[in-house]
Design a protein around this ligand. Sequence first.
Ligand SMILES: [Zn+2]
Length: 145
Amino acid sequence: MSALETQTKKIYEPRFNPETNKYEDHLPWDSPYLRNKPVITCPCTMYDFNSKTSYTQHIKRTTHEKWLDNYKVPDESDELKKEIKDLRIDNGKLVKEITKLKNKLSKKNIEIERVQAEIGSLKKKNEQLVNEGYYSCTSDEEEMD
Ligand SMILES: [Zn+2]
């Protein structure tokens, strides 16, 4: 891995100029004289730069100028609306899943009740047979006199 890749990349953001009512390019570092400048990625072409020279050349490119012209700050409320929609869909799926599992559980409970009733009646039958002189099939003890 190169030294450039090990650094965390920042996304380049143009700065809004209230006088022109437009977004404008601005040098993304506090000082152009900073040594080992952090790598900045420009979203227009995902272009990485970490020098003033490469930055200055990059912002003159047509693709970059077009990107800047159409630049809009990602609208948070739009993203939240999308997130709410996604969460509602997820919630709907989960409610469906819970209903399915509840149905499965109540079917299992009915099955358990049925099996328990069967065990009860088999125990009674077994008791009866023991009383009539047969060995118990549920006990290891020999109940012979
Ligand atoms: Zn760019």
